[in-house]
Ligand binder design. Structure first.
Ligand SMILES: NC(=O)c1ccc[n+]([C@@H]2O[C@H](COP(=O)([O-])OP(=O)(O)OC[C@H]3O[C@@H](n4cnc5c(N)ncnc54)[C@H](O)[C@@H]3O)[C@@H](O)[C@H]2O)c1
Length: 374
C-alpha cells in the first residue's frame, strides 16, 4: 500500500514494459509537472539502463520484474505495457497494493481475465483504465463533437477497419502466440477500431456478434513487418504463428444499429488503411487514411438547406498517448473513483471474445447481458 502523501505532492508513477508502448507512457508522465516517474521495469538490461538515464531515474528506480517494482517503489499509479497476457497479473498485483492502473490495450487476453481486473479495481476502489490512444486522434475528436451535436442524426450503421498490406508485428514473437497475445489483429488493432466506433456511436451495447478469422500469411512465414522483424525460424524451419491474420465481424448493437469491423495484419490490398464510416439519418462521415495510419482526415456528407454538401471540418491536433495518460490522471485526481473501474474496456473485450467464439463455432454469438455491465 502506498504511503500517505502530503497534500499537493507529485504522484509517484511506474511503468512496466520497455518497448514502444511503455516509452509512450514514460514520455507522458515526465511531461506532467504533478507526476514523478520514479520507476520502470522490464526484462531487457540495455533499454532499462538507457531509459533510466533518459528519464533521470536512480538505480533504485530500475527493476527487472514488475513484482519487485510494485513491492518496493511506493507507487500511486502504474502503467502496464507488457505482452497482453501479463496485463491481468500486473494489474491485479498493483490494485492489491492500492495502486491505480493504466493498462495498454487490449484490457486482457480474454474477457474472463478482464472481468477479474474490473472486479479487483472495484473491490480495491482504485482506477482501472485502458490506453485507447487512437480515440484521441484529431479526426475522432472532431467527429465525436459532430455526432454529439446531432448534426448526423441517428447513427444506424458503421464500418470500421484497420488493414495492413504486410504488418504482422514480430512474426514469431509474443504477438503471434495465442497464450501471450490472446489473438491476432482483431485483438491488437481491431480493438482500437471497435473502441473508436462504439465511442463515436455513443456506447451502444453489443447484443450479438458473427465473425470469421483467417490465417493465410503468418503460417507460411509471410506478411511480416519492417518495424518488428520476423524472428529466426526454429529447427523445424517454421516460426510460431498461432493466431489469425485477418478477421471480419458483424456486430448487432442495441437500438437496431449495426457495425461491420475488419482487421488484418497482412492482406493483398494496395496500401495500409484505417477508417471509420458512420451512416446517420442526417449525414454520413468518413474518417481515416490510406497509406499512413497516423494521418487524420475527416469528410462529412450531408445537406445544407436541401443542397447536398461535402464538409471538411478543421481538425485539432492528435492527442495520442499523452492525452490517454492525462485522462487517466484526471480520473485518479477525481474525488470519487466508482465510475472508473474499467467497465468500458471490458465491453470491448466481450465483443472480441464473442467474435473469436463465433469464428470457431461458425455461428452468431449472442451477448446475454448488455456489454456495459461487468
Ligand atoms: N496503444 C498502442 O498504440 C500500442 C502500440 C503498441 C503496443 N501496444 C500494447 O502495449 C503492450 C506492449 O507492447 P510493446 O509493443 O511495447 O511490447 P514489447 O514486446 O516491445 O515490450 C514488452 C515489454 O514487457 C516487458 N516484460 C515482459 N515480461 C515482464 C515481466 N515479468 N516484468 C516486467 N516486464 C516484463 C518486456 O521486458 C518488454 O520490455 C501490448 O499490450 C500491446 O498491445 C499498444
Amino acid at each position: 500500500m502506498s504511503a500517505p502523501r502530503q497534500e499537493g505532492a507529485p504522484l509517484r508513477a511506474g511503468v512496466v514494459g520497455l518497448g514502444w508502448a511503455g516509452q509512450q507512457h514514460m514520455d507522458a508522465y515526465t511531461a506532467r509537472p504533478d507526476v514523478d516517474l520514479v520507476a520502470i521495469a522490464g526484462l531487457e538490461d540495455e533499454p532499462r539502463a538507457r531509459l533510466g538515464d533518459l528519464y533521470g531515474l536512480s538505480d533504485a528506480g530500475l527493476f527487472r520484474g514488475y513484482e519487485e517494482m510494485i513491492a518496493q517503489a511506493d507507487l500511486d499509479v502504474i502503467s502496464v505495457a507488457t505482452p497482453t497476457a501479463l496485463h491481468a497479473p500486473v494489474a491485479l498485483a498493483a490494485l492489491a497494493a492500492g495502486v491505480h492502473v493504466l493498462s495498454e490495450k487490449p484490457l486482457a487476453e480474454d474477457a474472463e481475465r478482464g472481468a477479474a481486473m474490473v472486479e479487483a479495481a472495484r473491490s480495491a476502489d482504485r482506477v482501472l483504465d485502458v490506453s485507447f490512444n487512437h480515440r484521441r486522434r484529431g479526426d475522432v475528436k472532431a467527429l465525436k463533437k459532430l455526432v454529439e451535436s446531432g448534426a448526423l442524426g441517428e447513427i444506424y450503421y458503421a464500418k470500421a477497419g484497420w488493414l495492413r498490406r504486410s504488418g504482422i508485428p514480430g512474426l514469431g514473437t509474443w504477438f503471434t502466440r495465442k497464450s501471450l497475445a490472446g489473438g491476432g489483429p482483431l485483438m491488437d488493432i481491431g480493438v482500437h477500431m471497435l473502441d473508436m466506433a462504439l465511442h463515436l456511436m455513443g456506447e451502444p451495447a453489443a447484443e450479438a456478434v458473427s465473425a470469421s478469422t483467417y490465417a493465410k500469411f503468418g503460417p507460411l512465414g509471410r506478411g511480416g513487418s519492417v518495424d518488428r522483424p520476423t524472428v529466426a525460424a526454429g529447427e523445424d524451419g517454421t516460426v510460431p504463428f498461432e493466431v489469425e491474420d485477418l478477421s471480419t465481424a458483424f456486430v448487432r448493437l442495441s437500438g437496431g444499429a449495426t457495425l461491420l469491423l475488419e482487421a488484418s495484419w497482412a492482406s493483398y490490398i494496395k496500401s495500409d488503411e484505417l477508417y471509420v464510416v458512420l451512416y446517420g439519418s442526417e449525414g454520413g462521415a468518413v474518417l481515416g487514411s490510406s497509406g499512413s495510419w497516423s494521418e487524420s482526415r475527416l469528410e462529412v456528407h450531408t445537406e445544407l438547406h436541401g443542397v447536398p454538401a461535402e464538409l471538411f471540418p478543421a481538425l485539432g491536433p492528435d492527442g495520442r498517448h499523452g492525452e490517454a495518460v492525462d485522462d487517466f490522471l484526471a480520473k485518479v485526481l477525481a474525488p470519487d473513483w466508482s465510475d472508473f473501474h474499467g467497465e468500458d474496456a471490458l465491453t470491448r473485450a466481450r465483443v472480441v471474445d464473442a467474435a473469436y467464439r463465433s469464428a470457431e463455432e461458425q455461428r452468431e454469438i449472442r451477448l446475454d447481458r448488455p456489454t456495459r455491465q461487468a
